[in-house]
Design a protein around this ligand. Structure first.
Ligand SMILES: N[C@@H](CCC(=O)N[C@@H](CS)C(=O)NCC(=O)O)C(=O)O
Length: 217
């Protein structure tokens, strides 16, 4: 059975939501706070040298450490195009572009911003670094907002009429920095997509288990 290394509210939710959506058998392996707990990092590093989640171990022991690759592979395993538009779908190119934009541009703003001390040796430089990285993150979300509001995207989801795995990323990320209030005010389309995907009943209790406080409020 597949094993997903997971921590509530962290990036593992992106893979967890897809496993739930497809009904693919898996177990969850709890991971400690990777920023606060060295033993949690040490334990995960044995499987994923970057000590990041999602980390997904497939049935044959293959380890996947990249959420976009996991997204594409789970669609193959499920033999469904319900979250990943197939080669002939007109949304395919926009989907792939948004997926890679999320992991190549947006996700690193968390990697670098979460604990600036890992990247900025001088303590006096850290606050400014964090501010700059966060500002870059906001710029990236504004670009996504424009795309989600474009004429090709008329509809409840990022790509318009059909839900895709990109919406799952937004379901998680709109609960992360810069925070729900910012998304509501500055990127209302992204905020609405996040709410809609979290309300979809095919995910079961994934969202409430991952974000109990946020989902309650
Ligand atoms: N490229 C990875 C990034 C995953 C990632 O950064 N996950 C965060 C949790 S939201 C993490 O594990 N951070 C710990 C760290 O970077 O040390 C992906 O897209 O799956």
């Amino acid at each position: 059975m597949m094993k997903l290394y997971a921590r509530a509210g962290w990036g593992s939710v992106i893979a967890e939501a897809q496993l739930a959506w497809y009904g693919l058998a898996h177990t969850l392996e709890p991971v400690g706070d990777l920023f606060a707990d060295d033993s949690a990092r040490d334990a995960l590093e044995g499987i994923n040298p970057l000590a990041q989640i999602p980390t997904l171990v497939l049935d044959d022991g293959t380890v996947m450490t990249e959420s976009a690759a996991i997204t594409l592979h789970l669609a193959d395993l499920a033999a469904e195009t319900s979250l990943v538009p197939g080669p002939d779908a007109h949304e395919r190119a926009d989907f792939l572009n948004a997926l890679v934009f999320l992991v190549a541009n947006v996700y690193p703003t968390y990697t670098y911003g979460d604990v600036p001390a890992r990247f900025v040796p001088a303590p006096e430089g850290r606050a400014g670094f964090r501010e700059t990285v966060d500002a870059h993150g906001k710029r990236l979300y504004r670009i996504l907002e424009q795309q989600a509001s474009g004429s090709r995207a008329a509809g409840p989801w990022f790509l318009g009429g059909r839900l895709t795995a990109v919406d799952i990323y937004l379901g998680a990320m709109t609960f992360w920095r810069p925070g729900r209030d910012w998304f509501d005010a500055e990127t209302p389309r992204l905020a609405a997509i996040g709410r809609a995907v979290r309300a979809h009943d095919r995910f079961g209790d994934v969202w409430t288990r991952n974000f109990p406080d946020e989902m309650a409020g």
